[in-house]
Every structure is written in structure tokens, then in C-alpha cells.
Design a protein around this ligand. Structure first.
Ligand code: SF4
Length: 415
């Protein structure tokens, strides 16, 4: 059933686009071998085998019913996220991509990412993922330290993490490693050791996340003892300094990339899919609990699919997988844009605001002036960027752009 929230009448102008923003496709696979105690993603423990065939059919039906929303638009990146997409077989991923190609114009150089976890890695499977069209692999390593991996409830150990990276690098030029810091009982030296271990593999991309305790997680009910704020700040400084020294570009709050030459190709490794989110591009999300943000002449729409896998399977097969759909109120659009674009350390071109929101930059001039006065952003006629202070106090900066009576923002779709 769709809940439709119509926009209330406001004096704010409706968005008006010269051209619609670039479009990405997100495909959610909602199962994991085991649920991690810190995880608030829509992931469910796979008890026994996952219903792969039914889910592929449901994704096809979901995409089919979504087609009128993206008619004639080209998709520039595809991201299989989860959950653990690498739990699926290579033939299933191949079938999903074939169905996508049959229905949507996929750019010939589209970045196609698959998230994988070390506990699910087999050499033959990775080779077949590559043959199916996956050209970027994102590995959830989190740490190389067995003690910390255990405290995070991960099913792999340090040896399996290293083996997974070796297999990934044999099959993919473009590999991201996810790491976490601020782990229960972790010291600054241990966080440094994880970075050194990752650098041994010279990955094209690293994502370093600060462990946070989210509601509705095991850690929220039974909080572990985490390092204090000064210690995690020291970890963050150490990580940023070490990665800068190793030639990585810290281009987003948690993302670091390096142009890598792996013969015969040279890749510029910024994640194009995530950059599209951060630059307030459009995305269609299919699969259980996936979120979409789609622009149309005069409005921006957000959608969420039914979260629970079994209910999603039933409703997608019946042609109605949408749980909720609403127009973004025009007065909320500047905040939604800033919530994404101000995560980029180099900021954004001033013209991008009008391009992606359909609103003139003057719609948020007062807030920009306020942020500049407080030393949180710097701007000139062509570029707007967070200062170092703005990056460190990003939440304070974003608060300035909150519309009155703003309801809780939708999270940035999981990268
Ligand atoms: S593997 Fe990732 S998605 Fe799955 S439960 Fe753990 S953190 Fe969540």
C-alpha cells in the first residue's frame, strides 16, 4: 500500500529543472550470514539458504513497475548494497544485471559496484562477478585485528580479511576497503595498525567510518565500552594524516581515493555512485527497504520500498513494493542538498545548487551568509566549501539549513 503525502501549500517556489540530474540505480540485497551488533541497515540473518530465485524475480518486477518513473533516462552507476550481496551466486547477479540492461539504458562506462564480506569470498565467485559486469568491489573489512573483529561480531578473522583482499585485487582494479575506528577497547596505535595493514594492499579507495551506536541495535541495548571522544579524535587525525602521506585524496567525510595504475588501466577511484548521492543526483532504489530520490518537472519525490524481505517478496510479485512515497517540500530541499554536498571536502560548484535542486541559490542565501559568518563555510561566486571547522562540526553547520518544522530527514541512501 502506498502512503502518499502531498506537499502542503507553501509560498516557496516549486523546483524547476533545466535538465534532470544524473541517475543511479541502487539494488538492495537484505541478507547477511549473521547480524552484526552495531548494524542498523536493513539486513536479516540468512537462516539456511537465501531465496535467491524469488528475490531476482521480485527485483525484476520491482524494476518493471518503476520504469515509468525513469523513462528515457540513462543510468550512470549501479550499486549492489546490503546486507551482503556477495551471498548471492554470480549467476543471480548476472541475471539481475541482464534484466537491468534489458530495461534501462546503462551508460557503457557505468561504474557497477558490489559489496562483499570476507567471510563470503571464493576466488571463482569473484571471477564470475567480474564476468557478469561488476567492475568495482567494496569489501567490508572493518579491522584486521582478531580481537576487534570478534567484538564487532564479524564472521571473518584477520587472515580471511587479507585473503579476501588478495582475491579481490586479482579480479578487480577498483577495490574499496571499508574500515572502522573507535572500536570497543581500541587504542590509537591499534587504529593506526589497521590503516597500515590496509595500505600494504594499496587499494584504490578506502572508507574509514567512526563506529557509532545506533538505536535498534544490539550495541544500543548492551553498550560496549568505547574509546572516549579525545581518543577517537586522535584516531581520526592519525588516519587522515597517514592517508594524506600515502597520497590519498580525502574527498568526503569518510572517503579516501587514489588514482591507481594497474596495467593496463589507470583508474580515478572516487566512488562515482556515492558522488552522485553527495551531489544530490537522482537514484532509483529497488529491493527490500531501498530508498529512491527522483526529480520530475516541478517536484522531487522520495520513495521507500517495503523493508521486510518476505513482505517485499510478496508485494513486489504483486507489482506494489512501495511502502511510502512523498514529495519533498520545497522549503526542505536546500537542507537536503546541503546534507549531502557539504560532506564533500572540496565543496561544490555554486551553479550545482540550482542544477540539482531546481531552486535559485538565493533560496538559501540567508543560511549561507550565516554559515560564512560563523566560519563554517567559505564561498566565492563559483564555489562553496566547508571550512575545516565546518567539517568537524558538520551537524552544527547543517542545522543552519533546517527548514522550520522540518521532520526527520531521510538518511542518505546506504553507500
Ligand atoms: S555484514 Fe554489514 S550489513 Fe550485514 S549485518 Fe554486518 S554490518 Fe550489517
Amino acid at each position: 500500500m502506498i502512503v502518499n503525502h502531498a506537499s502542503p501549500v507553501t509560498h516557496h517556489p516549486s523546483p524547476s529543472f533545466r535538465a534532470l540530474p544524473p541517475l543511479s540505480l541502487y539494488i538492495h540485497i537484505p541478507w547477511c550470514a549473521r547480524k552484526c551488533p552495531y548494524c542498523d541497515f536493513n539486513s536479516h540473518e540468512a537462516r539456511g539458504t537465501v531465496p535467491e530465485e524469488r528475490y531476482v524475480a521480485a527485483l525484476n518486477a520491482d524494476l518493471e513497475q518503476a520504469l515509468p518513473e525513469v523513462w528515457g533516462r540513462r543510468v550512470h552507476s549501479v550499486f549492489f548494497g546490503g546486507g551482503t550481496p556477495s551471498l548471492f551466486s554470480a549467476p543471480a547477479i548476472d541475471a539481475i544485471l541482464a534484466a537491468v540492461r534489458a530495461r534501462i539504458a546503462l551508460a557503457p562506462d557505468a561504474e557497477i559496484t558490489l559489496e562483499a564480506n570476507p567471510g563470503t569470498v571464493e576466488a571463482g565467485k569473484f571471477r564470475d562477478f567480474r564476468a557478469a559486469g561488476i567492475n568495482r568491489l567494496s569489501l567490508g573489512i572493518q579491522s584486521f585485528d582478531p580481537r576487534h573483529l570478534k567484538s564487532l561480531g564479524r564472521i571473518h578473522d584477520g587472515r580471511e580479511a587479507r585473503r579476501a583482499i588478495e582475491i579481490a585485487l586479482r579480479n578487480f582494479e577498483n577495490v574499496n576497503l571499508d574500515l572502522m575506528y573507535g572500536l570497543p577497547g581500541q587504542t590509537v596505535d591499534e587504529a593506526r595498525a589497521d590503516i597500515e595493514a590496509a595500505l600494504e594492499f594499496a587499494p584504490a579507495h578506502l572508507s574509514c567510518y567512526h563506529l557509532t551506536i545506533e538505536p535498534n541495535t544490539y550495541f544500543h541495548r548492551f553498550p560496549p565500552k568505547l574509546p572516549d571522544d579525545d581518543t577517537t579524535a586522535a584516531m581520526q587525525d592519525a588516519i587522515e594524516a597517514r592517508l594524506a602521506a600515502a597520497g590519498y585524496d580525502h574527498y568526503e567525510t569518510s572517503a579516501f581515493s587514489k588514482t591507481v595504475s594497474r596495467q593496463p588501466v589507470t583508474i580515478e577511484a572516487r566512488c562515482r555512485h556515492n558522488l552522485n548521492y553527495w551531489m544530490f543526483g537522482d537514484y532509483l532504489g529497488i529491493g527490500a527497504g531501498a530508498h529512491s530520490k527522483l526529480s520530475f518537472p516541478g517536484r522531487i519525490v522520495r520513495e521507500a520500498r517495503i523493508r521486510h524481505p518476505e513482505r517485499y517478496l510478496e508485494s513486489a510479485a504483486g507489482g506494489d513494493p512501495i511502502q511510502e512515497r512523498h514529495d519533498v517540500r520545497p522549503e526542505e530541499i536546500p537542507f537536503e542538498f546541503m546534507m549531502n554536498a557539504l560532506r564533500l571536502n572540496a565543496g561544490f560548484a555554486a551553479a550545482l545548487f540550482a542544477e540539482r535542486t531546481g531552486l535559485p541559490l538565493t533560496a538559501t542565501l540567508r543560511e549561507l551568509e550565516d554559515a560564512e559568518r560563523r566560519g563554517l563555510i567559505e564561498r566565492d561566486p563559483v564555489r562553496i566549501a566547508p571550512t575545516l571547522r565546518g567539517r568537524r562540526y558538520l551537524n552544527d553547520l547543517l542545522q543552519l539549513f533546517l527548514a522550520p518544522e522540518k521532520h526527520v530527514p531521510h538518511p542518505v541512501a546506504e553507500p
